[in-house]
Ligand binder design. Structure first.
Ligand code: ADP
Ligand code: MG
Length: 348
């Protein structure tokens, strides 16, 4: 497929997005004024973030959109349209592009059902002499500012920032952790059970499930004082909230919500379930803080939406730092460090 044919094919599938007056086809897209005020970008590089022997083109499209949806959800926002940057390496043929776009479309339908704004409004397509590099820029809409109680401070836009946690606020996690790291380990070791007992873990690696509706509702109802999505390991990502909010926290390792099967998988493969949960990447759970009086309301909302919620600790004065406690009440360092790209050495 030539570039203009592919663009025509894509634009024929994406007409009429809510909030967009002109999508693909001109030099720039035109949005309805004053609507989308959040922007997030995520990039996936073949060989670094995905392997085509572990993930199908469909999975890659799903995960690229899912990771961006998760970022907007973590601001308490409503997801909107996106721009797509594609630098196609030699493996990226027509079947790759079609599978990839189908994965994007399926993720939008499954992860933000009923949202008529999520779809492509433009982008750029080039060849890459090396790996395939895919990037997606997602727009979103901040929650309104009105409903937050006094104990929850908000950005001027209404977005939920990392910086709003206060001593006494509870630390919670929406979703399960460790599944994506366990699934990747199963694939890396080519372990048996990929289609059997570990199928949900492999799926967590290939097609993560961000908590879009929960994020949006927590934002809209003003229940979270700080929030982020867990994409680089819980321990590291929680550190970002604590630093931005200038608070410390006491956290219980035993309360970290493991995805079903992670413990058994770690036992079978000789891995460390808590290290996968606290240091592994790509789970796209939401970590949040909330004033104690919001806890019951968050639990009721999560139950109504079928979202798992776990309370893993409480914020305290910054001088006490971030302290993890095991079931025996001893201070511990939770497993491996989160996944952080380092520049200038071979480990990137
Ligand atoms: P220009 O050279 O003016 O940038 P292009 O030929 O690159 O135009 O793009 C034509 C149209 O197709 C534009 O609306 C652009 O946003 C859209 N487009 C190009 N590549 C992509 C892509 N990968 N995904 C979505 N839209 C794309
Ligand atoms: Mg262009």
């Amino acid at each position: 497929m030539r570039e203009f044919e592919w663009i025509e094919w894509l634009s024929s599938r994406t007409a009429g997005l809510d909030g967009v007056s002109l999508g693909i086809g001109d030099d720039a897209a035109v949005l309805d004024q004053g609507r989308f005020d959040l922007v997030a970008l995520d990039t996936m590089v073949q060989g670094v973030h995905f392997r085509l022997d572990f993930s199908s083109p469909f999975d890659v499209g799903w995960k690229l959109l899912a990771s961006n949806l998760s970022d907007i959800a973590a601001m308490g926002g409503r997801c909107g349209p996106y721009l797509l940057g594609m630098s196609l390496g030699k493996d990226a043929d027509e079947a790759f592009i079609q599978g990839f776009v189908q994965g994007l479309e399926a993720a939008a339908k499954a992860l933000v059902p009923g949202n008529l704004s999520v779809g492509p409004i433009g982008g750029d397509t080039t060849r890459s002499p090396g790996p395939t590099i895919l990037s997606l820029t997602l727009l979103g809409q901040s929650p309104s500012k009105t409903s937050a109680p006094d104990s929850v401070s908000r950005a001027s836009s209404g977005a939920v920032l990392r910086s709003g946690a206060k001593p006494g606020h509870k630390v919670g996690v929406i979703g399960h952790l460790g599944g994506a790291a366990a699934g990747l380990e199963v694939l890396l070791r080519d372990a048996p059970g990929q289609d059997g007992p570990w199928a949900n873990l492999v799926k967590a690696h290939r097609r993560p499930h961000p908590w879009c509706e929960m994020g949006e509702l927590l934002g809209e109802l003003g229940l979270a004082s700080a929030m982020l999505d867990v994409s680089d390991g819980l321990a590291q990502d929680l550190g970002h909230i604590l630093k931005a909010s200038a608070v410390g926290a006491r956290l219980e390792l035993g309360a970290v919500p493991l995805m079903p099967g992670v413990k058994e998988c770690a036992e079978a493969l000789g891995g460390d379930a808590l290290a996968w949960a606290c240091g592994g990447g790509d789970d796209y759970a939401l970590a949040l803080t909330a004033p104690p009086e919001a806890v019951a309301q968050i639990e009721a909302l999560a139950a109504q939406k079928g979202a798992p919620v776990a309370w893993i600790g409480v914020c305290w004065e910054p001088s006490k730092g971030m302290v993890w406690i095991n079931k025996a009440g001893q201070r511990v360092q939770p497993g491996a460090q989160g996944y952080e790209h380092t520049f200038g050495d071979k480990s990137t």
